[in-house]
Design a protein around this ligand. Structure first.
Ligand SMILES: Cc1ncc(C[n+]2csc(CCOP(=O)(O)OP(=O)(O)O)c2C)c(N)n1
Ligand SMILES: [Mg+2]
Length: 909
């Protein structure tokens, strides 16, 4: 909610009225005491909030439900039937984990998380979550460890079979298994968003809600009916990512977003805040960030007690009881509760004297009372102006019996004894015979049962069964020819691949068919990358437009914010930017609308910093481009150790569906981007692209004929060997393409990528002119894809021993003939080494292993041994090792090249 914090300081327009209010308060304190006055003040504040009277937030309220009983709405469901449904789902969620572990010890699974959250989900499924049958519907982030509950419900609906439940966590058989947690990669028709890496769910949900607004404001989709729900753990809230987006959500007024934090007061090892109160702490945090906070702490059994608590003693006790104590009360029984919770004060003890010990254990936490949960959800969906967080008090392992419920071991529990199962069955009142109980059989009331009819009807009324992921997107056309023609033509004016990309992006944005779909995402580095012209041209997305005159409004390239702005200028948050990438990159599934995100970031702060999110993007089947700008350990030269990225390509290479490129020239870059758009948005492949961009300027050659395929596959021959004049060491003209190298001149092959290809080209000339070596030059924009092809080929050969072996593409291009091979890049040697297994033994990799540092590019390249003399020296050594040159000649050459052989190894610094 926005409020003007200065308005309340305006001059008093009616001092007499003010005086009357103050006098009333004084009177209450005097006559009825401080507690009564405090009570009235809370009531007033609450009413003010309901009336949307903006007030500076009071960050913590009392430890009671935000919605009082008289404000609770009518519950529209069939209470009895819903109760039975919850019980059946609870049972089957437990059964599938037990059965899996009975048969396959150690396969794992969780009982307690869903057990604490069953009502939270059931109320949502039966009354709130919008399905996706006709329209995209709500986007729901399910708590990862609650997955069994979602499967159990789908089983009741008839969407999953017993056999599928029996394959929980056994997914190797294609199509049969159920994944441990929400993984769209493994269950693409079921799960939409990966959530199990703690903290990524909340962050993604915020940016998802924000992206929904972006689509709406850009008039690309009417998302006004869609809500984002995120079910989260209280322990999970300690992850920095969980909190990272809170203020953005409030600032942008995301009332389409609801967080439900399952406050069972426990995480994996023990209590979340044994010595404190996590719900209170979170309330302060969220309210301070500007969220609407609804606490659901007590079940209806407490209403009557609270109503009789006229002197506020019970509330005081609730306020003062630590989470560690509440956990103890959950396991210790009624007598203990009477003694230690109500007992210390005779008046409190009296309050519950009409209740038996058993009654006291049945005083439920709010999250187990569907009516309280319903009231909170309804209020959340009706709230406007700010996102809502519902903090729900629950018991971890609720209903699972005394050995598990609220115990510190509960998170890990995956087995129940036969006796425990019987207790559980009795508690759920399910007709499962004793004789069968030890197998933990599934229970299904039959497809025509009232329970199944009810949930089917409910889901139909709400738009379809969930969880569900549906892809019904139309393919996009290829970029128009005009988008990248200029890059194929080359440029004599020195430019960098970053500059080329900026121009390519602008051309794409101007492409009539694709332009509106482009989503540039930038964490505050647009100026570094020369992308600030976009600010003016397409505007920066700002939910409220631009309410001020920008300081540079008189300049041609001003900082323009607009409601329909296209650029997502995220500010300094790579994690937030990754979350935006995920929202935009999965829009083809979550909105039936293909969007083409280009996330442009400071290379070093991408994979290294947010690697887990990149992995999750792969899981989510995200499509889009990650553009690692200012890449290269030596190409970004002045910035030093923390900035100079020489290893992200290795990190990226571990992601199975990535296509990673390090283009050297504008035409390579353009070809890769065109291929990406066609592959992801034309053919619908679930891959994504990582492309590194360098900031070194040099002339961009025209695209040679016949190289398009090689660029995309990862390597092609750029220059033939120059002609060598005789074998006396004198060079020929060094021009590419004349192919008249004499047989006597030693031959070699040089490989490079990105900016360092310039060093390689210079080394070719050096080798020819000073040493009479005829070297070819190859450009290798993707070692990662070369390796992938080689691995696939190897595998095929391994499995088909009787067939003619296939040859990996890289071995075809760099065959046995042609002399030794030296590869140099601005990345660690492990990058070219990705393909060494398929190349001749003479293969040598040069690279930038070791911490970076700042200096000139020349100095750094000499230091890391990737400059022309080092490349030439490595080639001469390789030639000597394979007998094409005397070793003494190679050693002399190293001296001639001025190389200090005793210089320190950068790897050891
Ligand atoms: C990033 C990350 N770190 C650690 C884990 C392992 N882990 C899984 S669940 C869990 C505890 C979750 O506690 P909470 O968030 O309170 O959820 P609850 O099960 O209590 O509802 C932990 C530590 C994980 N999944 N992700
Ligand atoms: Mg918890």
């Amino acid at each position: 909610m926005y409020f003007d914090e200065f308005k309340h300081q305006l001059p008093d327009i009616d001092p007499q009225e003010t005086e009357e209010w103050l006098a009333s308060l004084d009177q209450v304190v005097e006559d009825e005491g401080e507690n009564r006055a405090r009570f009235l003040m809370f009531k007033l504040l609450k009413r003010a909030r309901q009336l949307h009277v903006g007030l500076p937030p009071l960050t913590q309220t009392r430890y009671i439900n935000t919605i009082s009983p008289e404000q609770e709405p009518f519950f529209p469901g069939d209470e009895e039937l819903e109760h039975r449904i919850r019980r059946i789902v609870r049972w089957n969620a437990v059964a599938m984990v037990l059965r899996a572990n009975n048969r396959f010890t150690g396969i794992g699974g969780h009982l307690a998380t869903y057990a604490s959250a069953a009502s939270l989900y059931e109320v949502g499924f039966n009354h709130f979550f919008r399905g996706k049958d006709e329209k995209p519907g709500d986007q729901i982030y399910y708590q990862g460890h609650a997955a069994p509950g979602m499967y159990a419900r789908a089983y009741l609906e008839g969407r999953l079979s017993e056999d599928q439940l029996d394959h929980f966590r056994r997914e190797v058989e294609p199509g049969a298994g159920l994944s441990s947690y929400p993984h769209p990669r493994l269950m693409p028709d079921f799960w939409e968003f990966p959530t199990v890496s703690m903290g990524l769910g909340p962050l993604s949900a915020i940016y998802q809600a924000r992206f929904n607004r972006y689509l709406y404001n850009r008039k690309l989709r009417d998302t006004s009916e869609q809500r984002v729900w995120a079910f989260l753990g209280d322990g999970e809230m300690d992850e920095p990512e969980s909190l990272a987006g809170l203020s953005l959500a409030a600032r942008e007024g995301l009332d389409n977003l609801i967080f439900v934090v399952n406050c069972n007061l426990q995480r994996l090892d023990g209590p979340v805040r044994g010595n404190g109160k996590i719900i209170q702490e979170l309330e302060g945090l969220y309210r301070g960030a500007g969220w609407n906070v609804i606490k659901v702490i007590w079940g209806r059994e407490w209403d009557e007690l609270l109503a009789r608590d006229v002197d506020g003693l019970l509330v005081e006790q609730m306020n003062n009881t630590l989470d560690g104590e509440f956990q103890k009360f959950s396991v210790a029984g009624g007598a203990y509760i009477r003694e230690h919770f109500f007992g210390p004060d005779a008046r409190l003890r009296k309050l519950v004297e009409h209740l038996s010990d058993d009654d006291l254990t049945r005083l439920r936490r709010g999250g187990h009372d569907y009516r309280k949960v319903y009231a909170a959800y309804k209020a959340a969906t009706e709230y406007t102006g700010a996102p809502t967080v519902i903090l729900v008090h629950t018991v971890k392992g609720w209903t699972l019996g005394p050995g598990v419920e609220a115990r510190n071991i509960t998170h890990q529990a995956k087995k129940l004894s036969e006796a425990e199962l019987k207790v559980f069955r009795d508690r759920l009142e399910l007709p499962i015979p004793d004789a069968k109980i030890k197998d933990a059989p599934y229970y299904h009331p039959g497809p025509d049962s009232p329970e199944v009819a009810y949930i089917r009807e409910r889901r139909q009324a709400l738009g379809g069964q969930l969880p569900r992921r549906i892809v019904r997107v139309e393919p996009l056309p290829s970029p128009a020819a005009g988008v990248d023609a200029e890059f194929a033509a080359g440029s004599q004016i020195p430019v960098s691949t970053t500059m080329a990309f900026t121009r390519l992006l602008r051309n794409l944005i101007r492409d009539p068919a694709l332009g509106p779909r482009i989503v540039p995402i930038i964490p505050d580095e647009a100026r570094t990358f020369g992308m600030d012209p976009l600010f003016k041209e397409v505007g920066i997305y700002a939910a409220v437009g631009q309410r001020y005159e920008p300081v540079d409004s008189d300049l041609v390239l001003s900082y323009r914010e607009a409601t329909d702005g296209q650029v997502l200028e995220e500010g300094i948050t790579e994690a937030g930017s990754m979350a935006s990438l995920q929202a935009a990159g999965t829009s083809y599934a979550s909105h039936d609308l293909a969007m083409i995100p280009f996330y442009i970031f400071y290379s070093m702060f991408g994979f290294q910093r947010t690697g887990d999110q990149v992995w999750s993007f792969g899981d989510a089947r995200g499509r889009g481009f990650m553009m690692g700008a200012t890449a290269g350990r030596t190409t970004l030269h002045g910035e030093g150790l923390q900035h100079d990225d020489g290893h992200s390509h290795i990190l990226a290479s571990n992601i199975p569906n990535i296509r990673a490129y390090d283009p050297a020239f504008a035409y390579e870059l353009a070809a890769v981007v065109r291929d990406g758009i066609e592959r992801m948005y034309g053919q619908g492949e679930d891959v994504f692209y990582y492309v590194t961009l360098h900031n070194e300027n040099y002339a961009m050659p025209a695209m040679p004929d016949g190289v398009a395929d090689g660029i995309i596959r990862g390597i092609y021959r750029l220059r033939e060997a120059p002609a060598i004049d005789g074998d006396n060491g004198k060079a020929g003209n060094g021009r590419a393409g004349n192919g008249r190298a004499r047989a006597k001149a030693p031959r070699a092959r040089l490989v490079g990528s990105g900016s360092i290809l310039q060093q390689v080209i210079a080394a070719q000339t050096l080798l020819a002119e000073q040493f009479g070596v005829a070297a070819e030059v190859y450009s290798a924009p993707s070692f990662q894809l070369l390796r992938r092809d080689a691995l696939e080929t190897d595998r095929w050969n391994r499995l088909h021993p009787a067939d003619e072996p296939r040859v990996p593409y890289v071995s075809n291009v760099l065959g046995a003939d042609g002399g030794p091979i030296v590869a140099a890049t601005d990345w660690v040697k492990a990058l070219p080494d990705l393909v060494s297994r398929w190349l001749p033994d003479s293969y040598i990799s040069l690279g930038t292993d070791g911490f970076g540092r700042s200096d000139t590019r020349e100095a750094l390249r000499s230091y890391f041994e990737i400059d022309p003399p080092q490349i030439a020296a490595a080639t001469l050594t390789a030639l000597s090792r394979c007998g094409s040159l005397p070793a003494k000649r190679a050693a002399a050459a190293i001296r001639e090249l001025g190389i200090d052989t005793e210089k320190i190894d950068p790897l050891s610094v």
